[in-house]
Design a binder for this molecule. Structure first.
Ligand SMILES: [Fe+2]
Length: 240
């Protein structure tokens, strides 16, 4: 049997796990129960912190910003105490453990995560409520994986500053799917695969957001032939 080189798993909300030989990076995987989006799955928290199951090779945690649906300080501290290395926005204000210091060059922090590279760039939050909101770009072999979290859609042109590899996978917010400009800008990015994430579960999330997103997705998905709306955990990419 051939060995898997890169696995990308969507775990719900804005959580994405990437595994690359001997290394695992988890983005926005430890978040709070007290927020409007779907709560974390309890077994997942346990497995992440205990580095068990699919998280056995997890050695890096990356956080886009410190809102409760992306981050939980106590859980991140616990994971740090168990030996995971973290990349956190400055306002995370977590002390101790192993954290990679940010080192900016032309507005982008470039950090090495084992065999993977991370580009971490501060961009405006959609509501302007979070000054330390970061977009994440992870490079693994011939694949680049972009995660925009809650980036303001007006920042899309800046995404072109991130490095791209032969295969490009993007996770973007579906919140602005109603906008023709947003859809066009996403198309123009030219990503091979584009996943819309952060869709709240039934009865959760800001008023009507799930319903509106599903409606616009239904109407406009043919404009985004490389796009897919994620509505639950799934393994989305495996390279052998
Ligand atoms: Fe969010």
């Amino acid at each position: 049997m051939r060995e898997k080189i890169l696995t990308i798993e969507y775990l719900g909300n804005c959580s994405v796990l990437m595994r690359y030989p001997g290394n695992g990076v988890l983005v926005d995987g430890l978040f709070s129960e007290k927020q409007e989006y779907d709560p974390p799955i309890p077994w997942m928290d346990e497995q992440i912190i205990g580095r068990d199951g699919i998280f056995r090779t997890l050695n890096y945690l990356v956080v886009s910003h410190c809102h409760g649906d992306h981050y939980d300080k106590a859980k991140v501290k616990e994971a740090l105490s168990r030996g995971v290395t973290a990349v956190l926005p400055p306002d995370a204000k977590v002390k101790g453990g192993h954290q990679l210091p940010l080192s900016e060059e032309d507005g982008i922090h470039r950090l090495q995560l084992g065999e993977m590279e991370l580009e971490y760039c501060r961009m405006k939050h959609i509501e302007g409520t979070c000054p330390d909101n970061y977009c994440i770009n992870i490079l693994a072999g011939d694949t680049s994986v972009l995660l925009t979290g809650d980036m303001d859609p007006a920042e899309i042109p800046r995404l072109l500053e991130f490095s791209r590899r032969d295969h490009s996978v993007g996770f973007v917010n579906g919140i602005a799917l109603w906008s023709r400009v947003y859809r066009k800008q996403l198309r123009d990015l030219g990503y091979e695969n584009l996943f819309f994430y952060h869709l709240p579960g039934e009865g959760r999330g800001p008023e009507g957001y799930r319903r509106r997103t599903l409606r616009f997705w239904e109407k406009c998905q043919q404009e985004l032939p490389h796009g897919k709306l994620l509505d639950g955990p799934e393994v989305i990419y495996e390279v052998y």
